[in-house]
Design a protein around this ligand. Structure first.
Ligand SMILES: CC(C)(COP(=O)(O)OP(=O)(O)OC[C@H]1O[C@@H](n2cnc3c(N)ncnc32)[C@H](O)[C@@H]1OP(=O)(O)O)[C@@H](O)C(=O)NCCC(=O)NCCS
Length: 191
């Protein structure tokens, strides 16, 4: 398969089985249950302030990779005193990105990540954070390559195996020439 033989598009309900099969075959990928993925397409009860996006890399009907990001909105617009800063706060988190082993190092992870960053930015997110296993060198390199910087360490955060988490963040205020500025064709998934 050549490096160009895939498309990035919004994930659809019918992609969930393929995504589950892919993430279960990748030990380092975060493992979510089906309901967690299905909740991306219908806001989960009790969490009306959270929205998620799902992007997939596809070759025909085959899922080659996927990425999930969320935005959380806290506070209500207009609660601040007149003339003071609005109390609404929007936070973004890159929650998951994984690529099938046969397509590694072909730019799939970067394009998926950039698609989630753009989705967040278009919804007013200024800062996106993530957590990653300190020993996951491929993921760390990917995140650095799109502009994330290390922000802290959480000792013993992960289990099985026990490992520190590094927290990383990107400030979308700082223009990134690599970040795509417009929607791609086929961007028709859930908003
Ligand atoms: C992390 C992961 C998504 C990267 O996907 P990928 O498609 O191979 O990444 P890309 O080809 O887009 O790489 C983009 C950049 O990241 C860096 N990078 C990615 N993998 C790397 C590796 N194994 N070693 C060093 N740098 C790496 C490089 O800078 C690369 O740019 P370059 O190829 O031009 O040098 C993939 O390794 C993966 O699925 N890992 C298992 C799941 C996982 O750990 N997910 C992260 C936690 S949610």
């Amino acid at each position: 398969m050549t490096a160009r033989a895939y498309d990035i598009r919004r994930g659809l309900l019918e992609d969930v089985d393929g995504i589950l099969a892919l993430e279960q075959s990748i030990p380092r990928a975060p493992h979510w249950n089906r309901d967690h993925y299905l909740a991306i397409f219908a806001r989960a009860p009790g969490t009306p302030h959270i929205r998620r996006c799902l992007f997939v890399a596809v070759h025909g009907e085959q899922i080659l990779g996927f990425a999930v990001a969320s935005i959380s909105r806290f506070g209500e617009p207009g609660l601040g005193e007149p003339g003071l800063t609005d109390l609404t706060q929007i936070e973004g988190e890159l929650e998951s990105v994984a690529v099938t082993p046969e397509m590694l190092r072909r730019g799939v992870g970067r394009r998926l990540t950039e698609a989630t960053l753009l989705w967040c930015r278009e919804r007013g997110v200024e800062v996106i954070e993530l957590e990653v296993r300190a020993g996951n060198l491929a993921a760390l390199a990917l995140y650095r390559s799109v502009g994330f910087c290390e922000a802290g360490r959480r000792p013993g955060y992960y289990a099985l195996p026990r490992e520190d988490a590094l927290t990383m963040r990107i400030d979308l205020h700082q223009e990134r020439p690599t970040l795509p500025l417009a929607h791609r064709p086929g961007d028709s998934g859930p908003k």
